[in-house]
Design a protein around this ligand. Structure first.
Ligand SMILES: [Zn+2]
Length: 276
Protein backbone atom coordinates (compact mmCIF):
# COMPACT_ATOMS: atom_id res chain seq x y z
CA UNK A 1 0.00 0.00 0.00
CA UNK A 2 1.03 3.54 -0.66
CA UNK A 3 0.44 6.55 1.54
CA UNK A 4 0.63 10.20 0.54
CA UNK A 5 -0.50 13.17 2.59
CA UNK A 6 0.57 16.76 3.09
CA UNK A 7 0.30 19.71 5.45
CA UNK A 8 1.07 23.40 5.43
CA UNK A 9 2.61 25.05 8.47
CA UNK A 10 3.52 28.75 8.34
CA UNK A 11 4.03 28.37 4.59
CA UNK A 12 6.23 25.28 4.88
CA UNK A 13 4.69 22.46 2.90
CA UNK A 14 5.33 19.00 4.29
CA UNK A 15 4.78 15.93 2.08
CA UNK A 16 4.56 12.54 3.74
CA UNK A 17 5.17 9.34 1.79
CA UNK A 18 4.92 5.74 2.98
CA UNK A 19 5.16 2.38 1.25
CA UNK A 20 4.49 -1.21 2.29
CA UNK A 21 4.52 -4.12 -0.19
CA UNK A 22 1.32 -5.71 1.21
CA UNK A 23 0.14 -3.94 4.39
CA UNK A 24 -0.31 -0.48 5.80
CA UNK A 25 2.86 1.62 5.66
CA UNK A 26 4.45 2.27 9.06
CA UNK A 27 7.61 4.01 7.89
CA UNK A 28 7.26 7.47 6.41
CA UNK A 29 9.65 9.91 4.77
CA UNK A 30 9.00 13.64 4.50
CA UNK A 31 9.92 16.08 1.80
CA UNK A 32 9.62 19.78 2.64
CA UNK A 33 9.10 22.77 0.41
CA UNK A 34 9.50 26.41 1.34
CA UNK A 35 10.08 29.49 -0.79
CA UNK A 36 11.53 27.76 -3.88
CA UNK A 37 13.60 25.35 -1.81
CA UNK A 38 12.94 21.59 -1.76
CA UNK A 39 14.41 19.70 1.20
CA UNK A 40 15.16 16.01 0.48
CA UNK A 41 13.58 13.86 -2.21
CA UNK A 42 11.89 10.86 -0.55
CA UNK A 43 12.12 7.14 -1.24
CA UNK A 44 12.29 5.65 -4.74
CA UNK A 45 9.44 3.21 -3.93
CA UNK A 46 7.15 6.26 -4.02
CA UNK A 47 8.67 7.89 -7.10
CA UNK A 48 5.44 8.25 -9.08
CA UNK A 49 3.56 9.69 -6.12
CA UNK A 50 6.42 12.05 -5.30
CA UNK A 51 6.41 13.30 -8.87
CA UNK A 52 2.62 13.79 -8.91
CA UNK A 53 2.67 15.75 -5.65
CA UNK A 54 5.68 17.95 -6.38
CA UNK A 55 5.76 18.46 -10.12
CA UNK A 56 3.97 21.82 -10.16
CA UNK A 57 5.92 23.44 -7.33
CA UNK A 58 8.17 26.37 -8.35
CA UNK A 59 11.33 24.64 -7.12
CA UNK A 60 14.54 26.62 -7.69
CA UNK A 61 16.96 24.62 -5.57
CA UNK A 62 17.12 21.22 -3.86
CA UNK A 63 18.83 20.55 -0.55
CA UNK A 64 19.86 17.04 0.53
CA UNK A 65 20.32 16.42 4.26
CA UNK A 66 22.19 13.09 4.01
CA UNK A 67 22.87 10.19 1.69
CA UNK A 68 20.29 7.66 3.00
CA UNK A 69 17.96 6.18 0.40
CA UNK A 70 14.79 7.66 1.93
CA UNK A 71 16.23 11.17 1.38
CA UNK A 72 18.05 10.75 -1.93
CA UNK A 73 15.74 8.22 -3.61
CA UNK A 74 14.35 10.65 -6.21
CA UNK A 75 17.12 13.21 -6.48
CA UNK A 76 17.96 12.45 -10.10
CA UNK A 77 14.34 12.54 -11.29
CA UNK A 78 13.55 15.78 -9.42
CA UNK A 79 16.74 17.54 -10.49
CA UNK A 80 15.97 16.76 -14.12
CA UNK A 81 12.36 17.88 -13.79
CA UNK A 82 13.12 21.19 -12.04
CA UNK A 83 16.45 21.70 -13.80
CA UNK A 84 17.95 23.33 -10.68
CA UNK A 85 21.06 22.98 -8.49
CA UNK A 86 21.20 20.27 -5.81
CA UNK A 87 23.12 21.20 -2.65
CA UNK A 88 24.68 18.76 -0.18
CA UNK A 89 27.59 18.49 2.26
CA UNK A 90 31.01 17.54 0.89
CA UNK A 91 30.80 14.23 2.80
CA UNK A 92 27.43 13.46 1.22
CA UNK A 93 28.80 14.29 -2.24
CA UNK A 94 31.75 11.95 -1.67
CA UNK A 95 29.57 9.08 -0.41
CA UNK A 96 27.03 9.44 -3.23
CA UNK A 97 29.71 8.87 -5.87
CA UNK A 98 29.79 5.25 -4.77
CA UNK A 99 27.15 4.72 -2.07
CA UNK A 100 27.23 1.63 0.17
CA UNK A 101 24.75 -1.15 -0.61
CA UNK A 102 21.53 -1.18 1.38
CA UNK A 103 19.93 -3.99 3.37
CA UNK A 104 16.85 -6.00 2.35
CA UNK A 105 14.30 -4.18 4.61
CA UNK A 106 15.60 -0.83 3.41
CA UNK A 107 15.18 -2.00 -0.19
CA UNK A 108 11.66 -3.26 0.50
CA UNK A 109 10.32 -0.21 2.34
CA UNK A 110 12.36 2.62 0.79
CA UNK A 111 13.73 1.27 -2.49
CA UNK A 112 17.12 1.38 -4.11
CA UNK A 113 19.43 4.35 -4.25
CA UNK A 114 21.84 4.57 -7.19
CA UNK A 115 24.97 6.71 -7.19
CA UNK A 116 24.58 10.37 -8.06
CA UNK A 117 27.16 13.02 -8.89
CA UNK A 118 25.32 16.15 -9.95
CA UNK A 119 25.72 17.99 -6.60
CA UNK A 120 27.01 21.35 -5.57
CA UNK A 121 28.76 21.78 -2.25
CA UNK A 122 26.59 23.80 0.12
CA UNK A 123 28.07 26.92 1.72
CA UNK A 124 27.40 28.23 5.25
CA UNK A 125 23.87 29.31 4.35
CA UNK A 126 21.13 28.72 1.80
CA UNK A 127 19.36 31.81 0.60
CA UNK A 128 15.80 31.90 -0.68
CA UNK A 129 13.80 34.98 -1.59
CA UNK A 130 12.49 35.51 1.94
CA UNK A 131 14.70 33.44 4.21
CA UNK A 132 18.29 32.73 5.12
CA UNK A 133 18.84 29.17 6.29
CA UNK A 134 21.95 28.40 8.31
CA UNK A 135 23.62 25.05 7.62
CA UNK A 136 24.06 23.06 10.84
CA UNK A 137 26.28 19.95 10.84
CA UNK A 138 24.42 17.21 12.75
CA UNK A 139 26.42 13.98 12.25
CA UNK A 140 25.85 10.76 14.22
CA UNK A 141 22.93 9.07 12.47
CA UNK A 142 25.14 9.41 9.39
CA UNK A 143 28.47 11.20 9.18
CA UNK A 144 27.44 13.51 6.33
CA UNK A 145 24.18 14.78 7.84
CA UNK A 146 23.39 18.51 7.85
CA UNK A 147 20.29 20.43 8.89
CA UNK A 148 18.83 23.86 8.20
CA UNK A 149 18.02 26.52 10.77
CA UNK A 150 15.93 29.63 10.17
CA UNK A 151 16.30 31.87 13.26
CA UNK A 152 13.55 34.44 12.56
CA UNK A 153 10.93 31.71 12.20
CA UNK A 154 12.59 29.38 14.76
CA UNK A 155 12.42 26.51 12.32
CA UNK A 156 14.81 23.58 12.42
CA UNK A 157 14.92 21.16 9.50
CA UNK A 158 16.61 18.40 11.45
CA UNK A 159 16.81 15.50 8.94
CA UNK A 160 17.03 12.31 11.06
CA UNK A 161 18.42 13.83 14.24
CA UNK A 162 15.13 13.62 16.14
CA UNK A 163 12.79 10.95 14.66
CA UNK A 164 11.47 10.15 18.15
CA UNK A 165 12.51 10.88 21.75
CA UNK A 166 13.87 7.37 22.04
CA UNK A 167 15.12 4.93 19.46
CA UNK A 168 15.01 1.15 19.18
CA UNK A 169 17.57 0.27 16.57
CA UNK A 170 20.64 1.63 14.83
CA UNK A 171 22.24 1.21 11.44
CA UNK A 172 25.75 -0.23 11.67
CA UNK A 173 27.76 2.99 11.42
CA UNK A 174 25.71 5.20 13.75
CA UNK A 175 27.29 6.78 16.82
CA UNK A 176 25.44 7.57 20.06
CA UNK A 177 28.19 9.93 21.23
CA UNK A 178 28.25 11.94 17.98
CA UNK A 179 24.45 12.14 18.08
CA UNK A 180 24.58 13.50 21.64
CA UNK A 181 27.08 16.16 20.46
CA UNK A 182 24.83 17.07 17.51
CA UNK A 183 21.73 17.24 19.72
CA UNK A 184 23.58 19.53 22.16
CA UNK A 185 24.75 21.71 19.28
CA UNK A 186 21.21 22.28 18.01
CA UNK A 187 19.94 22.82 21.56
CA UNK A 188 22.09 25.96 21.67
CA UNK A 189 19.83 27.36 18.94
CA UNK A 190 16.52 29.07 19.61
CA UNK A 191 14.01 26.86 17.77
CA UNK A 192 10.41 25.86 18.23
CA UNK A 193 9.47 23.69 15.24
CA UNK A 194 11.21 20.47 14.17
CA UNK A 195 10.72 19.63 10.52
CA UNK A 196 11.97 16.09 11.05
CA UNK A 197 12.59 13.77 8.11
CA UNK A 198 10.18 11.21 9.55
CA UNK A 199 8.17 12.74 12.38
CA UNK A 200 7.60 16.53 12.28
CA UNK A 201 7.00 18.31 15.60
CA UNK A 202 5.17 21.58 15.10
CA UNK A 203 5.33 22.68 18.74
CA UNK A 204 7.68 22.29 21.73
CA UNK A 205 10.45 21.12 19.43
CA UNK A 206 13.20 22.09 21.82
CA UNK A 207 11.71 20.22 24.79
CA UNK A 208 11.34 17.13 22.65
CA UNK A 209 14.93 17.34 21.46
CA UNK A 210 16.05 17.71 25.10
CA UNK A 211 14.20 14.52 25.95
CA UNK A 212 16.18 12.69 23.29
CA UNK A 213 19.50 13.88 24.74
CA UNK A 214 18.43 12.53 28.14
CA UNK A 215 17.48 9.18 26.58
CA UNK A 216 20.83 8.85 24.79
CA UNK A 217 22.89 10.01 27.79
CA UNK A 218 21.14 7.53 30.05
CA UNK A 219 21.62 4.73 27.49
CA UNK A 220 25.29 5.62 26.99
CA UNK A 221 25.96 5.73 30.72
CA UNK A 222 24.35 2.36 31.42
CA UNK A 223 26.08 0.58 28.54
CA UNK A 224 29.51 2.10 29.18
CA UNK A 225 29.34 1.21 32.91
CA UNK A 226 28.80 -2.44 32.04
CA UNK A 227 31.44 -2.33 29.31
CA UNK A 228 33.96 -0.98 31.85
CA UNK A 229 33.15 -4.01 33.98
CA UNK A 230 34.25 -6.22 31.09
CA UNK A 231 30.82 -7.22 29.76
CA UNK A 232 30.30 -8.06 26.09
CA UNK A 233 27.62 -6.50 23.87
CA UNK A 234 25.27 -9.48 24.22
CA UNK A 235 25.82 -9.66 28.00
CA UNK A 236 24.98 -5.95 28.21
CA UNK A 237 21.78 -6.53 26.20
CA UNK A 238 20.75 -9.19 28.75
CA UNK A 239 21.62 -7.18 31.85
CA UNK A 240 19.79 -4.10 30.69
CA UNK A 241 16.89 -6.26 29.49
CA UNK A 242 17.08 -4.71 26.04
CA UNK A 243 14.80 -6.42 23.57
CA UNK A 244 16.26 -7.08 20.14
CA UNK A 245 14.24 -6.15 17.04
CA UNK A 246 14.79 -9.68 15.68
CA UNK A 247 12.57 -9.24 12.65
CA UNK A 248 14.67 -6.33 11.43
CA UNK A 249 17.97 -7.79 12.54
CA UNK A 250 17.49 -11.06 10.68
CA UNK A 251 15.88 -9.56 7.61
CA UNK A 252 18.64 -6.94 7.34
CA UNK A 253 21.41 -9.45 8.00
CA UNK A 254 22.51 -7.35 11.00
CA UNK A 255 22.47 -3.95 9.26
CA UNK A 256 19.65 -2.76 11.54
CA UNK A 257 19.45 -3.82 15.17
CA UNK A 258 19.38 -2.88 18.82
CA UNK A 259 22.72 -4.53 19.48
CA UNK A 260 24.17 -2.01 16.98
CA UNK A 261 23.29 0.67 19.55
CA UNK A 262 25.19 -1.18 22.28
CA UNK A 263 28.13 -1.82 19.95
CA UNK A 264 28.17 1.86 19.01
CA UNK A 265 28.72 2.82 22.67
CA UNK A 266 31.45 0.18 23.01
CA UNK A 267 33.16 1.57 19.89
CA UNK A 268 33.06 5.10 21.30
CA UNK A 269 34.44 3.88 24.64
CA UNK A 270 37.25 1.99 22.88
CA UNK A 271 38.12 5.15 20.97
CA UNK A 272 38.25 7.13 24.24
CA UNK A 273 40.57 4.52 25.79
CA UNK A 274 42.88 4.69 22.79
CA UNK A 275 43.16 8.47 23.14
CA UNK A 276 44.42 8.22 26.72
ZN1 LIG B 1 18.71 8.56 7.58
Amino acid sequence: MRHTSSFDFEGVKGYKFGYHPFGKPFLFAHIYYIDGLLIDTGQSQMRKDVFQKLKDLPVQQIFITHFHEDHTGNVEMLQKHFDCPVFASQKCIDIMKNPPSISMPQKIFWGSRPSYINFQKVGKTIQTQNYTFQIIPIPGHSKDMIGLYEPTKKWLFSADLYVYYYINYFLKGESVLTQIDSLKRVLELDFEVIFCGHNPQLSDGKEKMQKKVLFFEDFYQKVSNLYQKGKSASQIMKELQLKESWFLRILSNGALSKINMVKSVIRDEEKKNKNF
